[in-house]
Design a protein around this ligand. Sequence first.
Ligand SMILES: Cc1cc2nc3c(=O)[nH]c(=O)nc-3n(C[C@H](O)[C@H](O)[C@H](O)COP(=O)(O)OP(=O)(O)OC[C@H]3O[C@@H](n4cnc5c(N)ncnc54)[C@H](O)[C@@H]3O)c2cc1C
Length: 209
Amino acid sequence: MSAPEQVQQQPSVEPPAATTTQDARAKQPKRSNKAKGCGVCSDFKTLRRKPVAEVFSKASTDAAAAMSSTSLSSKASSTFSSPSSSPYQPFPCPPDSSTLGSSTWTFLHTMAAYYPETPSPAEQLSMRNFISALTRFYPCGYCAEHLTTEVIRNPPTVQNNRALSKWFCEVHNEVNQRQGKPKFDCSKVFERWRDGAPGTDCFPDLAEA
Ligand SMILES: Cc1cc2nc3c(=O)[nH]c(=O)nc-3n(C[C@H](O)[C@H](O)[C@H](O)COP(=O)(O)OP(=O)(O)OC[C@H]3O[C@@H](n4cnc5c(N)ncnc54)[C@H](O)[C@@H]3O)c2cc1C
């Protein structure tokens, strides 16, 4: 599916990924779990004890190195060769649109909550490009069509993490409404996706990080 003209009208050249990512990390918003480490990183058990800035800075350096490497494909194939017994099996069915949707919303709302408070123009452009790409490549066809319509009706607001979170919340609510589900209270997006409910220690394992 190709997105309508209005969505596609983005500058074709994006700034270098490593620079924008590092800038983004440097401007991570303050959050209640900050003193304890990074809650959203907590699945990365080997990294969880490292300071957030160190984790992000290493990750973006590694990503930049991988993207600039001419031997990326051979590296990938050797890294991901399938072992005889894999911890990822069995996998009887791929995700349906509901599973995909729920996982994608988790990613999108979390990404928006951790988006910078003062993004640079390059970061704002990257986010616009990302949303534009989502309208083209989101693998549920009718979802992508509805998303495209919504992006045209209600263009993304990327000036800071609050504005972006509110925008994703409104888009999600539009889908909720079409599905006959209740509206989510958009004043609670940070509580839901970044900070946790007041008085709840969501990441106790990170207490000493
Ligand atoms: C971009 C996109 C477009 C989609 N378009 C369609 C479509 O056109 N038709 C269709 O049938 N399905 C669509 N889906 C899938 C649909 O939105 C749901 O993900 C799916 O039906 C599973 O619903 P769920 O009940 O598991 O909860 P989800 O709707 O996936 O929500 C997951 C969690 O997000 C939180 N939440 C709910 N609403 C909001 C909000 N507004 N803001 C912040 N947090 C919220 C709640 O805690 C909820 O439990 C789309 C998904 C995506 C990512």
